[in-house]
Design a protein around this ligand. Structure first.
Ligand code: DGY
Length: 329
């Protein structure tokens, strides 16, 4: 152990390139078994560490910070950071970063893929075929919803929403409407060929509704029974953001009763657990939080998190900060 080199904990198994980059600057404690640690195990491993490269499953809140007073920096390998209590980090003087931009395009690709799979019943068709049930072509077999020239509603119009809008408008001739905390400037709206509408109009008009908004306490169950009731019965809902944005029980009921045609979900409130009510339905496509999962993108995310730690160590400044911590007492 080199006493001059600060310690960094890497909470999950990562790529050799990332270990090599971090190893040039820090004493590393990593997790080659890729174990998922309990909060107590995380606290135990964080003892004495200067920094941590965390992932979206690692909850770092006031209790963790109180138990780990040496911690100075949290580099989150995700663009979303609802796993971090940013207020507590700021009060404790701990700097934090996320990984914007590097995952935008591959996540947008996946958003379209999940929308297509859901609207066009691709995984349902594959299950049907593999189960040996396909014994003849039929004109009315597995009819799905049109994607081209339909209306795409996007809730949350950040970088990923905009990348999806560009694909949908220019690739699929979709009419794109969105709802966001603040409307985009006119030039960005033009590039996305998208129009800002109220949340109520978004729900009413969308043939396909895509959720890409950040998960905050205010957005908890932003799509619940009341919102689902405003959607077209023929509509598709796709969630790429965080599970807690959707009331999953209300969604399962809407899908079961025919109030909503289909859903595609990459994220779940209690992931990796998925509600049995959703597992039981054939009109929902379920994927295991893989929207950013290409090797290039996941490596890019991990390297950006690593570079944040290096920049913080060398210059005291993160590359992609998400807080401005108070000076430490
Ligand atoms: C993100 O970057 O927020 C992704 O959901 C992490 O997998």
């Amino acid at each position: 152990m080199n006493a001059l080199r600060p310690g960094v904990l890497i909470t999950r198994r990562l790529f050799p390139e990332v270990l090599q980059r971090l190893g040039e600057h820090f004493e590393l404690r990593d997790n080659p078994q890729d174990a998922v640690w309990s909060p107590a195990e995380l606290i135990e491993r964080l003892q004495g560490q200067w920094g941590v490269l965390a992932t979206q499953g690692d909850r770092i809140d006031a209790s963790v910070l109180a138990a780990c007073p040496q911690l100075r920096v949290v580099a989150n390998m995700a663009v979303g950071y609802n796993n971090l209590d940013l207020g507590a980090l700021t009060r404790h003087g701990v700097q934090a970063s996320n990984t914007p931009d590097v995952l935008t395009e591959s996540t947008a690709d996946f958003g379209l893929a999940l929308l297509l799979a859901t609207a066009r019943r691709i995984t349902e068709g594959e299950r049907y075929l593999r189960a040996g049930r396909w014994n003849k072509w039929a004109a009315d077999m597995l009819l799905g919803a049109e994607v081209h020239h339909s209306t795409l509603g996007i809730l949350g119009m950040g970088r990923i929403g905009q990348a999806i809008a560009r694909r949908a408008a220019h690739g699929f001739s979709m009419q794109v409407i969105y709802h966001n905390r603040s409307p985009l400037d006119a030039a960005t709206e033009r590039a996305c060929a998208a129009r800002c509408v109220s949340k109520a109009e978004l729900l009413r008009q969308a043939d396909h509704l895509l959720l890409v908004l950040p998960y905050t306490p205010a957005n908890h169950h932003a799509i619940g029974a009341a919102e689902l009731a405003q959607m077209k019965p023929s509509a598709t809902l796709v969630n790429l953001a965080r599970g807690g944005i959707v009331d999953e029980l209300a969604l399962a009921q809407a899908l079961q009763s025919g109030q909503l045609a289909a859903a595609g979900l990459d994220v779940f409130e209690g992931e990796p657990q998925v509600r049995p009510e959703l597992l039981a339905l054939s009109n929902v496509v379920l994927t295991p939080h893989i929207a950013s999962a290409t090797r290039g993108t996941r490596l890019g995310m991990a390297l950006l998190a690593a570079d944040n730690l290096v920049a913080c160590h060398q210059r005291g400044q993160l590359l992609t900060p998400i807080n401005a911590p108070l000076p430490r007492k």
